[in-house]
Design a binder for this molecule. Structure first.
Ligand code: SF4
Ligand code: SF4
Length: 436
């Protein structure tokens, strides 16, 4: 175990993930994906088994995933709780009671390689696996697979937010499982195109490179946005130019997945264990030690901190999923959800303040933007309620929501958030109308 801050060089200090203590009570939010709040199937006083489906989306079209009980027990109440995305969401509170169906049991299946594509997708659906390649947009993996026949599987083995090391740690400990899971995914969508994107500084990937079913490309994880879809697509494009025998190109329609989600795929397909736990990295300058733990969904941050030695300083901020792309919450009662990869508990000094000033026209945001946009112009137009031209709308569409503009803005203006809101307003409403 190591001390905050997280650095890629600290990967060597970890041995493996440990199981967190079993919580006596879990609080499971009904919203685990973007724009979906599931409906509870249980009520106060009901007895549930480990892995039982306790909530499902209101639409029956498999667009969103089911939510399972992470422990066996009795439903204490349906409440509202603060969630890792900074919102207040409905949740189910369960008190531990009874025996476990999955904990401590070994599930070995010998005929796993004979599963049909439909059976693989069915196991992923039953398990409620969420793809958190983009932690800001968690989405139901089985829905993604059903519309991706013949597309490539693109696995990113490092964290897109370089202030986090969870995906890199999972890659370090579970690479054989990730390779197997990627092959299951390719089979499920009838594809033979598998691309692994790795950072050679993380580990030795020579074994991976010897697998002739997998194309391995190398990115620089500390060059921010290297882990975004658009950067990976252009990196692969350069690679194919040097390797003309590769006859396909990548596009945003391919299945992009991260180490953390792929690990859940392996669990779902090989052991049929539903998504009831998550590997999470805990760190921060308020903690005595940091650690990588396998945590039951719904366990509160406070319960985990007790296990890893408690607090050494008074915390002011809790950063979920990294300082660049994550969310700040200020409550230790926040539970772990399917989209949490890391928790950093820090003093206020470690994080930027939230006071907003006026734009001083320094130009930092323009220099920082990898898509060469003008975030300050868009922000100022929005503030002044100006009607947007088609040119501005196209510019908004090209924003990859990397957060670079926010990071370099001395006035702390919510530049990325403005782009995101406008994108939803201009394009997602239009897509919704087209779907209807
Ligand atoms: S978030 Fe900011 S820096 Fe990143 S692409 Fe969008 S406008 Fe550019
Ligand atoms: S970085 Fe912030 S203050 Fe500087 S031009 Fe951009 S919006 Fe204005």
């Amino acid at each position: 175990m190591t001390l905050f801050p997280e650095k890629i060089s600290e990967l060597k200090d970890y041995n493996c993930s440990e199981n967190a203590f079993l919580p006596r009570v879990v609080t499971i939010p009904l919203s685990q994906e973007l724009k979906c709040t599931c409906e509870s199937l249980v009520k106060e006083g009901d007895v549930v088994t480990e892995g039982q489906i306790i909530a499902q989306p209101s639409s029956a079209d498999n667009k969103y995933a089911n939510i399972h009980a992470s422990i066996p027990g009795k439903v204490l109440s349906l409440i509202n709780c603060n969630t890792p995305n900074g919102r207040l969401e409905p949740a189910i509170k369960i008190a531990l009671e009874g025996s476990f169906d999955f904990v401590g049991k070994k599930f070995l299946e010998s005929k796993i390689t004979e599963l049909s594509p439909a059976e693989i997708i069915d196991r992923i659906t039953q398990a409620g696996v969420i793809n958190i390649f983009d932690t800001k947009r968690p989405e139901n993996l089985s829905k993604l697979l059903k519309s991706a026949t013949g597309q490539a599987i693109v696995v990113r083995l490092f964290d897109e937010d370089s202030t986090r090391i969870t995906d890199s740690l999972i890659t370090k400990f579970y690479l054989p499982q990730l390779i197997e899971a990627a092959k299951f995914l390719a089979k499920s969508i009838d594809s033979n195109k598998i691309v692994f994107v790795c950072d050679s500084k993380q580990a030795d990937f020579s074994a991976l490179e010897q697998d002739d079913k997998i194309i391995v490309i190398h990115a620089k994880h500390n060059k921010y946005t290297a882990g975004f879809k658009s950067s990976i697509i252009s990196l692969f494009h350069k690679y194919t130019k040097k390797n003309p025998t590769i006859s396909f190109k990548l596009s945003k329609k391919d299945v992009f997945i991260d180490s953390s989600s792929l690990y859940d795929v392996h669990k779902a397909v090989v052991t049929k264990i539903p998504s009831i736990s998550k590997i999470v990295h805990f760190s921060g300058n308020c903690l005595k030690t940091s650690g990588l733990l396998n945590v039951k969904i719904g366990t509160t941050i406070r319960d985990i901190l007790k296990q890893i030695g408690g607090l050494s300083k008074e915390p002011k901020q809790i950063i979920i999923n990294g300082s660049i792309r994550g969310t700040a919450v200020n409550n230790l009662a926040v539970p772990i959800t399917k989209y949490v990869k890391s928790v950093a508990v820090i003093t206020k000094k470690s994080f930027t303040d939230f006071q907003i000033y006026s734009c001083i026209s320094c130009g930092n945001c323009r220099l920082a933007c990898p898509s060469k946009l003008l975030p300050d112009v868009i922000y100022n137009l929005t503030e002044n309620n100006v009607v947007f031209s088609d040119e501005v709308k196209t510019s908004v569409k090209n924003c990859i929501e990397c957060g670079c503009c926010n990071m370099f803005c001395p006035a702390r203006l919510p530049l990325t958030q403005t782009q995101k809101t406008l994108k939803e307003k201009f394009f997602e409403t239009q897509e919704k109308n087209n779907e209807q």
